[in-house]
Design a protein. Structure first.
Length: 205
């Protein structure tokens, strides 16, 4: 099985490469340090399985997965990340990933996931599946609400957010009310906390 590793951390790539080198029938055919390079290498190498980080500069794992799937609908993409938010997991599967693992997954489980993915299987650990079941889909936040929540996470007040999005302060307050209702938050601080925990928003990479 030919494997492409896409991760912006050299130590992670080296660890995965060393792990895969010990497994019979598995071969790393390429490595990429960001999503754009990953898409280029995928087109060139046509690997059986791609191990994909979620958060990367230039092009994140979700966008890179979509691009690879547009090139080759049969490619099997396994997300391997530190982010366990339900919104992140949903975005990955909606983009066409066949699995989602955390980077603290045991080596044997990563090997099993690669082999299962290559055979057409879907991979999601029990605790991540439970996390998906626990929350309503975070995608019910509109793009404007996501934008407002991002600005709140950066510490901007309502007036500054209004200027940034070209709307009145009252409109921002309405957006915040909807955001808090959808996330089940009592105030803007909790909304940001829940947004980060669930992967609705992220701090800068």
């Amino acid at each position: 099985m030919r494997i492409l590793i896409v991760d912006d951390h050299p130590v992670v790539r080296a660890g995965l490469r060393a792990l895969i080198a010990t497994k019979p029938g598995l071969e790393v055919v390429g490595e990429a340090g960001d999503g754009e390079e990953g898409v280029r290498l995928h087109a060139l190498l046509r690997p059986d399985v791609v191990l994909m980080d979620l958060r990367m500069p230039s092009l994140d794992g979700v966008a890179a997965t979509r691009a690879m799937r547009s090139q080759n609908p049969d490619v099997r993409v396994l997300m391997l990340t530190t982010y366990d938010g339900d919104a992140d997991i949903r975005r990955a599967f909606e983009a066409g990933a066949c699995g989602y693992l955390l980077k603290d997954t045991a080596a044997e489980a990563i090997e099993d996931a690669i082999r299962w993915a290559a055979r057409g299987g879907r991979v999601i650990p029990t605790r991540l599946a439970a996390r998906l079941a626990e929350f309503e889909a975070a995608r019910n936040l509109t793009p404007r609400e996501l934008e407002v929540l991002e600005y709140v996470s950066q510490g901007l007040g309502n007036r500054a957010i209004g200027r940034a999005i070209g709307r009145t302060e009252e409109t921002v307050k309405v957006h915040l009310k909807h955001i808090m209702t959808k996330l089940g938050a009592h105030d803007r601080t909790q909304a940001v906390t829940l947004g980060l925990q669930r992967g609705v928003i992220h701090l800068n990479h």
